[in-house]
Design a protein around this ligand. Structure first.
Ligand code: ADP
Length: 220
C-alpha cells in the first residue's frame, strides 16, 4: 500500500489510462512523475504533471536515473505492449518499489503480472464491461461489486420503502439490504439513520449481497 506521508506516484505510460490516472492524482494533490517513450505525449502532459520524462522503462538504468526506486508507489499503465508491461513491472520490483499497480488488457496478461509479483492488477475494460452489464439490465444508477458477492449500489428509492422511517420499514430484514446514504432532489447525499424517511424520487445508496441489492433496485 501507499506509504503514509509519501505523496508521490510514478506513472509509466501516458496513454488514455495513464494520463487520466495521472491527472486525477494531480487534482488530488499528489506529486506525479509521468514517463513515456513517446516524446509527443510527454510534451502534451508535462505542464500538468509535477515531473515528466521521455524514457524507455524496460531499461533498468533509465528507471535508476529517474530515481523511480525511491518511490513507494508506481503504476504501469502500459496495456497494448505486453512485453514492455512485464519488463517494466519486473524492473520496478527489482528497484524495490513496494506498491506497484499494473494495468492488464487480458486475463492472461493479468495472471502473468500477478505471478510476477505486481501488488495490484487492474483490468479496466473487463471490470468496466462487467459493471456496465449490471447497469444496462436494471434500474441502478451506479454499481460497485466487492469480493464475496457484496455490492454497493446507487438507485432510486422504491415506493414500497418510502413514507416511513427506515427503522419501521424493516428494509434490512425484509430485503437484506442496508440503506447507507440518501439524496433528496436538488440536495447532496447525507447518511441514513433509523429515523430517515425515504420519499418518492430520492436517490439512495444501499449495500448488501449483490443478488439482494439488485432485487431491491428492481422493486417499484
Ligand atoms: P491506453 O489504452 O491507456 O491508451 P496504451 O497501452 O495504448 O494505453 O498506452 C501505453 C503507453 O505506454 C503508450 O503511450 C506508450 O508509448 C507507453 N509505453 C510503451 N512502452 C513503454 C516503455 N517501455 N516505457 C515507457 N512508456 C512506454
Amino acid at each position: 500500500y501507499a506509504q503514509p506521508g509519501d505523496q508521490r506516484v510514478a506513472v509509466i505510460g501516458l496513454g488514455r489510462f495513464g494520463s487520466s490516472l495521472a491527472g486525477e492524482l494531480m487534482r488530488r494533490g499528489w506529486d506525479v512523475l509521468g514517463i513515456d517513450t513517446d516524446a509527443g505525449l510527454v510534451q502534451k502532459y508535462s505542464d500538468g504533471l509535477t515531473h515528466s520524462a521521455v524514457a524507455d522503462c524496460t531499461d533498468p538504468e533509465a528507471l535508476r536515473q529517474l530515481g523511480v526506486g525511491d518511490f513507494t508507489s508506481a503504476v504501469v499503465a502500459i496495456g497494448s505492449h505486453i512485453e514492455a508491461s512485464i519488463l517494466v513491472t519486473s524492473n520496478l520490483l527489482d528497484a524495490g518499489v513496494s506498491n506497484i499497480w499494473a494495468k492488464a488488457i487480458s486475463r492472461q496478461h493479468g495472471q502473468i503480472l500477478e505471478r510476477l509479483g505486481a501488488h495490484h492488477v487492474v483490468l479496466p475494460e473487463h471490470e468496466m464491461g462487467e459493471r456496465v452489464a449490471h447497469l444496462v439490465t436494471g434500474r441502478m444508477l451506479d454499481f460497485i461489486e466487492f469480493d464475496d458477492d457484496y455490492a454497493l449500489v446507487k438507485t432510486v428509492a422504491p415506493d414500497v420503502a418510502t413514507g416511513m422511517p427506515l427503522g419501521q420499514s424493516r428494509v434490512r430484514s425484509r430485503y437484506g439490504v442496508t440503506v447507507v446514504g440518501i439524496k433528496r432532489p436538488g440536495q447532496g447525499f447525507t447518511y441514513a439513520t433509523a429515523d430517515t424517511v425515504m420519499e418518492r424520487g430520492d436517490v439512495i445508496v444501499v449495500t448488501g449481497k449483490t443478488h439482494d441489492v439488485e432485487a431491491f433496485s428492481e422493486l417499484s
